[in-house]
Ligand binder design. Structure first.
Ligand code: F6P
Length: 344
């Protein structure tokens, strides 16, 4: 770490996008410019911009009016500079180092999910000053209680479930709704509970299709003519079809109750961030810049017990934050009759 004050920093957004990325860029950039008088550059398309030296100078005026915008003004990609597949790929880490020094950067803020933090940690080992900010709708970044993007996705998924209730009731159908989350069930659990789902299937709790069908049949027999099944995309299912299609087929076959599926997809990642995500992303951004000013490098900013803190990047690498099968919300849900497919 240099002893002089950081003067020039870079920002990049990597991995799948989510609502709140622009709020985080703004939080980093405005704090850097206004409070610390730093110069800020933004790399385009995640780590690809750092490899190709493709960047833009971000003035304070460039950061105005972006708080409410979905997506990322910098663009993003799933470029992984340490995955060597094609010829020439092994040059990428060296190119990053070269560009970092040629651009006279004092630090880079890497905004992303698990993969982004893993790469940031590799760059730390190469001697670069990096600070990570956790983002993803999946909420699966280890070391923080919450990532920004999750609350917005939750709002969208919950609204979708709310809308399915009325049509399910009119037709007396089983409605399956598949939500994102990769290997984690955070969106399914929270949206399932917020939207009054009857059955919630998570990758963390292996389900039994007979148990799912039994619950639907019991509801039917007790004059609850429709059921809402909220399913995470990451549950065990044949990969040639969506989890929702697989379940719809099986449920209709076993119960003979008309069943329909909805795969919510990328709408969960699009559009304007929720107020909570705007605040969280802004706080993470401003705090990341403070970490740079304090020389606190090689860390990811995080929220633990409602307090901003930092976690060493080396602790995060290769870990996932998954839903505990005894999560308090699951225990409460079970006591209210919500099923998770592992009953009986
Ligand atoms: O990690 C966010 C996420 O939206 C996951 O929920 C989903 O599985 C994945 O990204 C989709 O990735 P891609 O943008 O590569 O299609």
């Amino acid at each position: 770490m240099s002893s002089s004050k950081p003067k020039r920093i870079g920002i990049l957004t990597a991995g799948g996008d989510c609502p709140g990325l622009n709020a985080a860029i703004r939080g980093v950039g405005k704090t850097a410019i206004v409070e610390y008088g730093m110069e800020v550059i933004g790399f385009t398309a995640g780590y690809a911009g750092l490899i190709q030296k493709d960047y833009m100078l971000l003035k304070e005026s460039d950061l105005s009016g972006i708080l409410t915008l979905g997506g990322t003004i910098l663009g993003t990609s799933r470029e992984k500079p340490y995955r060597f597949v094609n010829e020439g790929d092994s040059d990428k880490p060296e190119l990053i180092k070269q560009n970092y020094h040629e651009l006279e950067l004092d630090a880079v803020v890497c905004i992303g999910g698990n993969g982004t933090m893993k790469t940031a940690d590799r760059l730390r080992k190469e001697g670069l000053n990096v600070v990570g900010i956790p983002k993803t709708i999946d909420n699966d970044v280890w070391g923080t209680d919450i990532t920004f993007g999750f609350d917005s996705a939750l709002q969208i998924a919950t609204e979708a479930i709310d809308r399915l209730h009325t049509t399910a009731n009119s037709h007396q159908r089983v409605m399956i709704i598949e939500v994102m989350g990769h290997h984690a069930g955070w969106i399914a659990l929270y949206a399932g509970m917020a939207g009054g789902g009857d059955i919630i299937l998570l990758p963390e709790i292996p389900y039994n299709i007979r148990s799912v069908c039994k619950k639907i049949e019991e509801r039917y027999e007790s004059k609850k003519p429709y059921s809402i099944v909220v399913v995470a995309e990451g549950i065990d299912h044949p990969k040639k079809m969506s989890a929702a299609s697989h379940l719809a087929e099986a449920i209709q076959t076993y119960t003979e109750i008309e069943t329909r599926e909805t795969v919510l997809g990328y709408v969960q990642r699009g559009g304007s961030p929720s107020p909570m995500d705007r605040i969280l992303a802004t706080r993470y951004g401003a705090f990341a810049t403070q970490c740079i000013a304090d020389g606190n490098f090689g860390t990811m900013v995080a929220m633990k017990n409602n307090q901003l803190t930092t976690v060493p990047l080396e602790e995060i690498s290769d870990k996932l934050s998954l839903v505990d099968k005894d999560h308090p919300l699951i225990l409460k849900a079970r006591r209210m009759g919500v099923a998770f497919g592992d009953e009986y």
